[in-house]
Design a protein. Structure first.
Length: 332
């Protein structure tokens, strides 16, 4: 009989315990979600039988809350029962519930104002393994509204990945101080996990200051990623200050060179992203960025703005795009 080392024994026992706990959690979570869904269903059905629905429902919930709290303790106060009601209303078909998400996830999701937005955050939470805090930050920073596909009617796959603006408050850099491109690059590497979480789905880090050379020149690309959903390399050029035509020409050149020197046979064309602190929309409009579907410019913020400030930025981008579309129609 082969002797098992202490370390091997520990790892085997650890794996059994971990798997058992995960199984218990999945069963408990699934049971809790079903319980709250059924309670919500009963509350809604009872309300529908009431004559004065709003007043009737409020009165009934308060009394029900008192009785359940006396019988079962915490967890059944008026607010939680209201959430169960909203839970059933938002997900009237029990099979639509995603067991990978917890009740704390759903408490955030049921506050959203559209099913499309809700589905976006559900899919992203599962795909990226967001916990409650991750999901809360993404909702508070309007991640759904910042995804480019909601602003521009172009390639759906690309637009479903990229955002504008990006919010990098987790880098720990002060927005009111002058930060160099190297400072920002270093901070991104130091916080690469959070950066990838916010940057979009499917990104894997390849390298920083990646060297590419021709027969006559050497170049160094700030950051290189690979997106396994789009199956392509994504190169990022960091810019502080105002965006210039020279910056746009440089990222265009980098993309062409990367396709020629690094891109594999099974890879899709390389994407280039200019991450800039200031984005001049006029320069963007009258440059190759407006003509190509593999070059993008996105603004980044080193602080988390208020919801109103962020909405204003997003609305300005949307209005600007709609005006550009109208101008193009008139020209044609």
């Amino acid at each position: 009989m082969m002797e098992i080392s202490e370390d091997s024994l520990f790892q085997s026992v650890k794996e059994i315990i971990t798997q058992s706990r995960e199984k218990v959690f999945r069963i408990a979570n699934s049971t809790l979600l079903l319980t709250y869904w059924q309670i919500g269903k009963l509350i809604v059905e009872d309300e529908q039988r009431g004559k004065e629905r709003a007043e009737y429902g409020k009165y009934t919930l308060k009394n029900l809350s008192k009785k359940l709290t006396l019988e079962f303790g915490k967890g059944f106060d008026y607010t939680n029962l209201s959430n169960m009601r909203k839970f059933y209303t938002a997900f009237p078909i029990v099979d639509a519930l995603r067991q990978q998400l917890s009740w704390t996830h759903y408490r955030l999701l049921i506050k959203l104002d559209s099913s499309e937005k809700m589905n976006y955050y559900i899919n992203e939470s599962i795909h990226n393994n967001w916990n409650y805090r991750d999901l809360k930050r993404q909702i508070n920073s309007l991640a759904y509204e910042r995804v480019l596909r909601h602003k521009k009617n172009t390639n759906e796959n690309i637009q479903s990945v990229l955002k504008d603006p990006y919010i990098f408050e987790f880098l720990g850099l002060k927005a009111n101080e002058k930060n160099s491109e190297k400072d920002i690059e270093t901070a991104i590497i130091d916080h690469i996990q959070k950066f990838l979480l916010d940057f979009g789905k499917g990104f894997a880090f390849v390298g920083r200051q990646q060297h590419i050379s021709t027969d006559t020149s050497d170049f160094y690309i700030d950051l290189v990623f690979y997106n396994y959903i789009l199956k392509c390399f994504v190169i990022i050029d960091l810019k502080t200050g105002e965006l210039s035509h020279q910056d746009i020409g440089q990222i265009d050149m980098y993309v062409r060179m990367y396709d020629d020197l690094k891109r594999g046979e099974d890879d899709n064309p390389t994407l280039g992203i200019l991450l800039c602190s200031e984005k001049d929309e006029t320069i963007v409009k009258y440059s190759v960025l407006n003509d190509k579907n593999n070059l993008f410019a996105s603004k980044y913020l080193l602080y988390l703005p208020t919801e109103e400030e962020l909405k204003q930025i997003i609305d300005q981008d949307r209005i600007r795009f709609e005006l550009d579309q109208e101008d193009n129609k008139n020209l044609n």
